[in-house]
Design a protein around this ligand. Structure first.
Ligand code: CAA
Length: 258
C-alpha cells in the first residue's frame, strides 16, 4: 500500500504510523484521515503485529482538523456527509493497543485523535489543547467528552472555553498523558513500550484493552462483571497456563498467542 500523507514502518512486532504533512503541521484533512484509517486497519489485521505506535513530527503530532478544508463547508455539507463520523472513528475500532507518541502540537482534532488512542506518551515539548472555540466552533471529534472524562470538568472547561494549550507536565498531572520522555527519545521509547506489549499474549492484551475501555462505557458494577467474565475467559488460553507456569518455574514466559 502506498500512502501520500503518512509514513508506515514495521519495527519487529510493532507497527509505526507517522503523520506526514509537515507543511500543514499534520492538519488532519480528509485524505490523511482516510489513509490513517487504512494503515491502522492493515496493522490490526496483520498477525505479526502486536502493537501500533501513532506519531507525527517533532513539531506537531497534529495541529487539528484542516481548517482550510473546513472553512467553506456549510451546515448542510457537514450534516449531510456526517463530517467526522465514520472515518475519524476508525482509530477507536482498532483492537490492538495504539500508543500515541506526541511531540509538539496536539490541538483540536490532533488532541482528539491522541485521546482515541489507548495511551499517550509525550515528549517534553508536547502541547495539548482544544482551540476550536477561538475559531467560532467547538470540538467535533470527541474532545468535549473524552477530555472531560480523562481530566475532569474543571480542566476540560478551562481548555475548551478558553482554547489555551497545556504543556506536557500539566497534561501528565491531569491524567491525560501516561509518561513524559525526552522529545528526542520519544519514538524509541514508544516503540520500546510497543515491543514490550507485543511480546505479551495477543489475545490477553486485546481482552485487557477491551476491559479497560469498558470503564468509559458502563457503570462500575457492570464493568466489574465484564472484567470478571473476561478474566475467566483467559483461563481458556494456553498463554494463561504458560504465564503462570513460567512464573512458578522462575523462567520467562513464552507466549504463543493462543
Ligand atoms: N488546518 C490547516 N492548516 C493548518 C492548521 C490547521 N489546523 N494548523 C496549521 N496549519 C498550517 C498553517 O496555516 C501554516 O500554513 P502556511 O505555511 O501555508 O501559512 C502552517 O500550517 C504552519 O502553521 P503556522 O505558521 O501557524 O505555525 P506556527 O508555529 O506559527 O503556529 C500553531 C502553530 C499554534 C499550531 C498554529 O498553526 C495554529 O494555531 N493552528 C491551528 C490550531 C487549531 O485551531 N486547531 C483546531 C482545528 S479545528 C478542529 O480540530 C475541529 C475538530 O475538533 C475536529
Amino acid at each position: 500500500m502506498s500512502y501520500e500523507m503518512i509514513l508506515v514502518e514495521t519495527h519487529g512486532a510493532v507497527g509505526l504510523v507517522r503523520l506526514n504533512r509537515p507543511k500543514a503541521l499534520n492538519a488532519l484533512c480528509t485524505p490523511l484521515i482516510e489513509e490513517l484509517g487504512q494503515a491502522l486497519r492493515a496493522f490490526d489485521a496483520e498477525p505479526a503485529i502486536g502493537c501500533i505506535v501513532l506519531t507525527g513530527s517533532e513539531k506537531a503530532f497534529a495541529a487539528g482538523a484542516d481548517i482550510k478544508e473546513m472553512k467553506e463547508k456549510t451546515f448542510q455539507d457537514v450534516q449531510g456527509e456526517d463530517f467526522i463520523t465514520g472515518n475519524w472513528e476508525v482509530v477507536t475500532t482498532i483492537r490492538k493497543p495504539v500508543i500515541a507518541a506526541v511531540a509538539g502540537f496536539a490541538l483540536g482534532g490532533g488532541c482528539e485523535v491522541a485521546m482515541m488512542c489507548d495511551m499517550i506518551v509525550a515528549g517534553e515539548n508536547a502541547k495539548f489543547g482544544q482551540p476550536e472555540i477561538t475559531l467560532g466552533t467547538i470540538p467535533g471529534a470527541g474532545g468535549s467528552q473524552r477530555l472531560t472524562r480523562v481530566v475532569g470538568k474543571a480542566k476540560a472547561m478551562d481548555l475548551c472555553l478558553t482554547g489555551r494549550m497545556m504543556d506536557a507536565a500539566e497534561a501528565e498531572r491531569s491524567g491525560l498523558v501516561a509518561r513524559i520522555v525526552p522529545t528526542e527519545d520519544l519514538i524509541k521509547i514508544a516503540l520500546g513500550i510497543g515491543a514490550e506489549i507485543a511480546a505479551l499474549s495477543r489475545p490477553v492484551v486485546a481482552i485487557c484493552k477491551e476491559a479497560v475501555n469498558r470503564a468509559y462505557e458502563t457503570t462500575l458494577a457492570e464493568g466489574v462483571i465484564f472484567e470478571r467474565r473476561a478474566f475467566h475467559s483467559t483461563f481458556a488460553l494456553d498463554d494463561r497456563k504458560e504465564g503462570m507456569e513460567a512464573f512458578a518455574a522462575k523462567r520467562k514466559a513464552d507466549f504463543k498467542h493462543h
